[in-house]
Design a protein around this ligand. Structure first.
Ligand SMILES: Cc1cc2nc3c(=O)[nH]c(=O)nc-3n(C[C@H](O)[C@H](O)[C@H](O)COP(=O)(O)OP(=O)(O)OC[C@H]3O[C@@H](n4cnc5c(N)ncnc54)[C@H](O)[C@@H]3O)c2cc1C
Length: 619
């Protein structure tokens, strides 16, 4: 018989395990978690806090190939993403940095009543069990403001026991202050601009070196034995939602799954299904469930299949021309049909027509510059600098803002067009204008720059990325097989603003190489080197190098955005999928816009809040 639970959580990752944990606190409530990966409790590539990078490309990484990058020489990129209990938190860099308050305040303006920084703040703290740095860690740069932190949550956050010692942090701190950024003791209070020494999602009280605190170690393993009401389906892919018979009331009754060996079966849910498969898979699951771009997208010139073959206005003069127009319309409409109609293309019956599913994908391009450095170092270097548009553009800031504002209508039209009008240009104008407000009229940083002296090697690596891009991409299914990999198109560097900002960041970070006390320690540049990209070279030379060498920052958000439906949202402010009664999305895909800092802090907070909404709704 079909197993039956009160709630099913699709995806036992970063967000999914928070929701499963909180729902199953009530012993009378049964919860099933469906996770495509396995438990990685004893995997040293996961547990070792110094092993970042080792898990990439192994069996616990989906390693999705992305589509060729249209705006960057068709380069192909790989999207790393965790396939394990704990999801991407098992393979990530463990950086714990919350966003700028103004960014979360924007969520309310996007149609999400009740979602702003002040209302999300308690959930950042609720999720956190902060570990106060010891004297040695404080000597090594770890600093904190106790009012910013939670001490009773599930997720331990602290500093490594093998932090970089010596003078590295004080040299970098002074250098960045001389570049023009303030020192900021604790980066987690909603104001990021400055130089800081970030904490990690790890537990430094376990063993000598501490252990990674992924979502499973925080929210599952400590509770597993005492919760018979919490059931895991590992190595199991969730294919699609099962629906009740009533087309007017979209109530999910369960989930179809595929287990190892390709066996397909069903699991029932009596209350709700929570989709937490991550930004790159949640849209695909929704699409295979019949939620997405419907069979035929109506447009003013082609309103129904009966007028499908009518010539578009203006009517052509000559018969030959007329035939040409008719066949062109037919061809275009057919093309439209095949490009737009994700559900139709794969013969998926439409349950909810929601064209924005899988659109709005936002990630950041990550570039790396590096130079030689004569400094003997050991240990892990968590040094970050956040700079605003004014820091980067200086006296040109208002001109650049004006150019951006003038470009917003064309950016919006371009995104609407690349989405085949699944997104609406005027909605995008509203969204882009709010984004410009945040960039130019708040203290929100536009750049993140890491300063990484390499332990035991005379090198300083400086990865950097624009934090708030205007480029928008998509994630969609590309197969009738729900277990197949999605088509991921981030459209990196789609717009001039993103290119200019990334260039300005590169110029800005190079300044840090020339400022005391770092300057006398810096030797010849390694990447890109000053012949390939002269320091004062033109923007075009920078842009060509940046486009040729960037990788994804692995911060994809927005593909099932929490926004008003008019603006292109997929879920409402209670994270319920529009047009359904009991399907929610809780993961990075609901973040409507990019956030500065790193994603997990906000994903944990949103998931804690989502769990409260679900529990409240149950009463
Ligand atoms: C290399 C890398 C480094 C990063 N570094 C940092 C960092 O230092 N700090 C930070 O804050 N963020 C970092 N991030 C980003 C961050 O880790 C992710 O944004 C976050 O973990 C995503 O959480 P999620 O809940 O949305 O999805 P995930 O944690 O990815 O969870 C989704 C889960 O669903 C499962 N799943 C997917 N499809 C199905 C299906 N159909 N059926 C069943 N299961 C399914 C997946 O296997 C996965 O376990 C990094 C990401 C990467 C890839």
């Amino acid at each position: 018989s079909t197993p039956c639970y009160d709630y099913i959580v699709v995806g036992g990752g970063t967000a999914g395990l928070v929701v499963a944990n909180r729902l199953s606190e009530n012993p009378h409530i049964t919860v099933a978690v469906i996770e495509a990966g396995d438990s990685v409790f004893n995997n040293p590539n996961v547990t070792d806090t110094a092993a970042f990078g080792q898990a990439l490309g192994t069996a616990i990484d989906w390693a999705y190939p992305a589509e060729p990058q249209k705006y960057a020489s068709n380069r192909t990129l790989t999207y790393n993403s965790g396939k394990a209990l704990g999801g991407t938190s098992t393979i990530n860099g463990m950086t714990y940095i919350r966003p700028e308050a103004a960014q979360i305040d924007t969520w309310e303006k996007l149609g999400n009543d009740g979602w702003d920084w002040d209302s999300l703040w308690p959930y950042y703290k609720k999720s956190e069990k902060f570990q106060i740095p010891n004297a040695q860690q404080q000597d090594e740069g770890a600093a904190y403001n106790k009012d910013y932190h939670g001490f009773h949550g599930r997720l331990t956050v602290g500093w490594s026991t093998t932090l970089m010692g010596g003078e590295a942090h004080s040299i970098l701190n002074e250098t960045w202050q001389n570049v023009g950024l303030p020192y900021i003791a604790d980066v987690n209070g909603g104001q990021l601009r400055g130089f800081s020494v970030w904490p990690f999602t790890l537990n430094n009280s376990v063993g000598g070196k501490g252990i990674r605190q992924d979502a499973a170690r925080a929210y599952y393993y400590p509770f597993a034995a005492e919760r018979p009401n919490l059931h895991l389906y590992l190595n199991t892919v969730a294919n699609k939602l099962l629906w009740n018979g009533d087309q007017d009331k979209n109530i999910a009754t369960g989930v179809e799954i595929t287990t190892v060996g390709g066996v397909v079966s069903n699991i029932s849910a009596t209350r709700e299904v929570i989709v937490s498969a991550g930004s790159l898979r949640t849209p695909v699951f929704l699409e295979h469930s019949g939620i997405g771009n419907p069979e035929y997208v109506q447009s003013p010139s082609t309103t129904s299949s009966s007028t499908f073959l009518a010539a578009p206005a203006p009517l052509p003069k000559f018969k030959l021309q007329s035939l040409f127009w008719i066949s062109l319309t037919f061809m275009t409409s057919n093309l439209t049909f095949s490009l737009h109609s994700i559900l139709a293309k794969y013969s998926i019956p439409v349950r909810v027509a929601l064209p924005s599913v899988g659109e709005n994908l936002q990630d950041q391009p990550n570039n790396v510059f590096a130079t030689t450095l004569s400094l003997n170092t050991t240990g892990y270097p968590p040094y970050v600098s956040h700079a605003t548009a004014a820091d980067l553009f200086g006296s040109s800031t208002s001109t650049i803002e004006a150019t951006l504002r003038r470009s917003i209508p064309s950016y919006a039209a371009a995104v609407a067009s690349t989405s085949n009008n699944a997104l609406n240009a005027s909605a995008l104008e509203t969204i882009f204008s709010l984004q410009a407000d945040v960039i130019f009229h708040s203290s929100t940083p536009l750049a993140e720059i890491l300063s990484v002296p390499v332990a035991g090697s005379p090198e300083l690596i400086t990865p950097f990325w624009i934090l708030q891009t205007f480029s928008r991409g998509s994630v969609h299914t590309q197969s009738t097989d729900p277990t197949a990999y999605p088509a991921i198109q981030p459209n990196f560097f789609q717009f001039e603003f993103d290119q200019l900002a990334q260039t300005a960041i590169a110029r800005y970070l190079r300044k840090s190489y020339t400022v005391a006390p770092l300057a006398p320690l810096v030797g010849p540049e390694l990447i890109p080197n000053t012949t390939t990209v002269p320091t004062d070279g033109p923007d075009e030379v920078y842009i060509e190098f940046l486009k040729g060498t960037f990788g994804p920052n692995y911060h994809p958000v927005g593909t099932a955005a929490m926004m008003s439906r008019e603006l292109g949202g997929v879920v409402d402010n209670e994270l319920r999928v529009y047009g359904t009664l009991n399907v929610r999305v809780v993961d990075a895909s609901v973040l409507p816009g990019q956030v500065s800092g790193h994603l997990t802090s906000t994903i944990y907070a949103v998931a804690e809040r989502a769990a409260e909404i679900l529990v409240r709704g149950r009463r």
